[in-house]
Design a protein around this ligand. Structure first.
Ligand SMILES: Cc1cc2nc3c(=O)[nH]c(=O)nc-3n(C[C@H](O)[C@H](O)[C@H](O)COP(=O)(O)OP(=O)(O)OC[C@H]3O[C@@H](n4cnc5c(N)ncnc54)[C@H](O)[C@@H]3O)c2cc1C
Length: 453
């Protein structure tokens, strides 16, 4: 392997050892930085080109990186690699309400892009719970989902085109800037969810839609998981479905309430948070959602009267990740199953975890069937750790068995890599690797992650 300690590019390198270590890991469970790696914080596309030229010439692995909020290990440094961080490519180049597009550097923080669109009364819908810190580039590379997918879909539904720097330094422009185009193969789609394995994204052209109304929220609690799951199915069948439909089970609610009083009643089996943002119909929609949930056994229903109350009701959901961290070390699953399979996932998932002697909380984007079971165990205890990971694997298998996917939105990275083949099969993995070789013939882009592992 080449000596990365003697870089031949002029892009800025992080020299402080402590700072460098922080760039060695993402937010995945138990991530550890390797001993030997370089961190480049690219200032512009030229820096990226230079690094990708050098990396290919010297066969140095490159780990593209955004804000390191990823939960699957895809942005973790590997021994002898260059971490190529794109946070500083953070210019919002255009918000164009006429074309309905926004053009941004990959390092633009998701929330900042959403705010910029709002100024022009436009809306960039993708809304990962990490929006305040994740980057648009990272969102594209993971095909991030979030809280409002039930109505608006995922990041892939909003990406019109990209600029990408390939290994060797070639710049490729994919997709379209215009409203329509029928010119050639859809290369943009290949980069969505590619987790840094094909090249480095240096510009994102995103579709914007007219801004909706400020949402209102309904909070409903249930005595049984089945009742909550049936209410989700009924809400999905509403002719004007919600823009947000989040699910929390009893242990998730207890964790949130242990953090602060967010107004969730204790002791209920499940809670649903539901929103409408349909212009001119927000109050009417939320009242109807409340009635639907009452008809399906909701024991308590709280309806926000204004945007402030709506935010307050959602605050507990937004605090969930912090609350679960405060409860203890936990490994987050990210399974998406057909909506009707939700009760089975919750019941059977709990039983699988109990069989391994580990606790689990069930919560997530229930309206999409995208749950994030969080498995609690002691990572320092080898036996507890083995049981925790065994439960994690069993939950992945359960998702596949129910016709779902092992990742609804977080991607595969290293943590899920052992299970990908089980879901997609040998033939698909082989084709993914062949496609990678077209863009990255020497395999320097994020090797060892997702389908390359
Ligand atoms: C509290 C919390 C809540 C979260 N909630 C959600 C949620 O609701 N929905 C959801 O989908 N995810 C969620 N996530 C996961 C995470 O925020 C997303 O995966 C996000 O898209 C990662 O963005 P990032 O900028 O941090 O990328 P990183 O973590 O730095 O990288 C993620 C992947 O993108 C690649 N990458 C980054 N930048 C580039 C680039 N310029 N070119 C090529 N590849 C690149 C990396 O190689 C890696 O494979 C959450 C995470 C946390 C910590």
């Amino acid at each position: 392997m080449a000596d990365i300690a003697a870089p031949r590019h002029s892009a800025p390198v992080v020299t402080d050892a402590d700072v460098k270590r922080t760039y060695g890991v993402d937010s995945s469970f138990g991530a550890v930085a390797p001993e030997d790696f370089e961190v480049v914080r690219a200032r512009d596309v030229d820096d990226v080109v230079e690094v990708m030229k050098e990396a290919q010439a010297r066969r140095i692995p490159v780990v593209p990186q955004g804000a390191r909020t990823g939960l699957n290990g895809a942005a973790v440094a590997t021994q002898g690699c260059i971490v190529l961080n794109t946070e500083r490519l953070n210019a919002i180049e255009a918000i164009d309400p006429v074309e309905g597009i926004g053009i941004a550097g990959p390092g633009v923080v998701t929330e900042e892009f959403k705010k910029a669109a709002r100024v022009e009364r436009m809306f960039y819908p993708p809304d990962p719970a990490s929006a305040a810190s994740s980057t648009i580039g990272g969102n594209v590379a993971t095909n991030a989902g979030g809280l409002c997918c039930i109505k608006y879909g995922v990041t892939a539904d909003y990406i019109r085109g990209l600029q990408v720097v390939l290994p060797g330094g070639e710049i490729v422009t994919t997709g379209r800037r215009t409203a329509t185009s029928s010119a050639g193969l859809d290369l943009t789609g290949l980069f969505l969810g590619s987790e840094g394995t094909l090249g480095v994204i240096t510009q994102v052209v995103a579709k914007l839609v007219p801004a909706p109304e400020d949402p209102l929220t309904v909070l409903a609690t249930f005595d049984s998981l089945t009742a909550a799951a049936e209410a989700i199915v009924a809400l999905r069948r509403d002719p004007q479905p919600p823009c947000l439909l989040e699910f929390l089970d009893e242990p998730s609610i207890a964790a949130v309430q242990a953090l602060a009083d967010y107004g969730f009643p204790q002791g209920c089996a499940a809670a649903l948070l539901v929103q409408s943002d349909r212009p001119g119909h927000v109050a009417e929609d939320t009242r109807r959602y409340a009635d639907i949930m009452t008809a399906h056994g909701a024991t308590e229903v709280a309806l926000a009267d204004d945007a402030q109350e709506a935010d307050a009701l959602l605050a507990g959901r937004r605090a969930l990740n912090v609350a679960l961290e405060a409860r203890g070390p936990n490994l987050i699953e990210d399974m998406c199953v057909p909506i009707r399979a939700l009760p089975r996932v919750v019941e059977e998932g709990r039983a699988l975890c109990a069989a391994h002697g580990v606790e689990v909380t069930m919560s997530g984007h229930g309206g999409d069937g995208n749950l994030h079971p969080s498995i609690f165990f002691d990572p320092a205890d080898p036996d507890s750790r083995a049981r925790g990971f065994a439960a994690f694997g069993d939950l992945a298998d359960l998702a596949i068995a129910l016709g779902g996917t092992i990742s609804g939105e977080h991607g595969i990275g290293t943590i899920k890599a052992p299970y990908l083949r089980r879901q997609v099969g040998d033939a698909a993995i082989a084709r993914m690797r062949q496609i990678k070789a077209v863009f990255d013939p020497h395999g320097i882009c994020n090797p060892g992650k997702t389908y390359t592992a």
